[in-house]
Design a protein. Structure first.
Length: 372
């Protein structure tokens, strides 16, 4: 009988992968399971999401810095606790956790989660790329299950690594639950939220993957024709300085705001007119699902992977090609000022149901109780 479960990930920073693990862990502990959440480092910004972790969960900070340093600490814990199941997330963490389990010689069911498209997300080249591919093909077959967060991630994973074993499956992230809809209803204020403005929202780390430069340049084109629009980008990251410079260079400082990280970005959706995902790549962008569920209009790049599945081939929102400034500008203008997509309430509810927590938890529980 399933009882003791460990979740393992590098940090509790502000990313979607970390939030999903916290959601899963919180949900399972409420169902009566004994849950340990094991992390490598929660100092400073790497512990941003600590307040979201249930007090019923035992949080284990290995305080080991790099993930590679966790191997023997994990091995010892696996031997001492004899978990029924371990769930790890992200490629480097998955490799380390699998090695630790092999060294521990325990029968724990091992589930590895892949949250992004490796052909875009993996930066290794040359010898390091060769070694990584060999490691994945040697180590991942040792896991009972590999969960990919979208069909696109699964297909990309199999092609990129030339992966042969049949232990891959797709389970969407549990991004829609009661707590999410409670967060939407929280009141927020921003000086852009005025009746005369049409406000565009974006949320994510200020990184290459999110490609907010595309969004800002596209916004600039639309703003020149519609000076009533405004743009808010919530998030932090290494590209803040360059994005702020771009905003200043385009003379948009009064109409574009980058307020930083907000633990509850969802509350902004009900005040905004449009949500945009401008990413170069994703796994399954939970924030796009959450924006869609809030019934705000959405525009997304057709990046690998996830948006095509989430928006069902443009049925529930507008899709544009990556790095297409003109295409994004036209989609923004269409969504705000022209005819948007149409669908029935029944179609919308049926589509969103696959991202609801209850359905996702049922799939994970079945997998956790079934070794292979």
């Amino acid at each position: 009988m399933l009882n003791k479960v460990m979740f393992f990930l590098p940090t509790l920073g502000g990313g979607g992968a970390e939030r999903t693990i916290i959601q899963l862990a919180n949900s399972f502990v409420e169902q009566g399971l004994n849950i340990d959440l094991v992390v490598c480092n929660i100092h400073g910004d790497k512990g941003k999401l600590l307040p979201e972790v249930s007090t019923k969960i035992e949080l284990i900070d290995l305080d080991c810095g790099r993930v590679a340093n966790a191997i023997f600490l994990l091995k010892r814990r696996l031997q001492e606790k004899q978990y029924d199941c371990v769930i790890a997330t992200q490629t480097h963490s998955n490799i380390i956790c699998t090695i630790a389990k092999k060294l521990a010689k325990v029968k724990t069911t091992l589930i590895l989660r892949e949250v992004s498209t490796p052909s875009k997300n993996i930066k290794s080249r040359g010898l390091s790329q060769f070694i990584l591919k060999k490691l994945v093909n040697f180590i991942y077959p040792l896991a009972n299950h590999i969960v990919c967060v979208s069909h696109g991630v699964l297909e990309d994973f199999r092609e990129y690594y030339q992966y042969k074993k049949n232990n891959l499956t797709t389970i969407y992230n549990p991004v829609l639950d009661d707590s999410y809809f409670n967060k939407i209803n929280v009141t927020v204020t921003h000086h852009f939220f005025q009746p005369e403005h049409q406000v565009i929202m974006a949320v994510g780390r200020l990184t290459e993957a999110k490609n907010f430069e595309l969004l800002i340049r596209s916004f600039y084109q639309v703003y020149s024709q519609h000076p009533s629009i405004r743009l808010i980008i919530l998030g932090e990251g290494e590209l803040r300085q360059s994005l702020e410079y771009l905003v200043k260079e385009l003379s948009l400082s009064e109409v574009v705001d980058l307020p930083g990280f907000d633990a509850n970005p969802y509350a902004y959706f009900k005040y905004a007119d449009l949500f945009i995902l401008s990413s170069n790549w994703e796994g399954l962008p939970g924030v796009l699902i959450q924006a869609l569920a809030s019934k705000i209009k959405v525009v997304s790049t057709n990046c690998p992977s996830g948006p095509m599945e989430i928006l069902n081939h443009s049925k529930f929102g507008l899709l544009v090609e990556c790095n297409d400034v003109n295409g994004m500008s036209q989609a923004i203008e269409q969504a705000i000022f022209k005819k948007y997509v149409e669908y029935t309430d029944d179609e919308f509810e049926a589509h969103c149901r696959q991202f609801q927590k209850a359905n996702v938890l049922e799939q994970y529980l079945s997998m956790m109780e079934t070794p292979s």
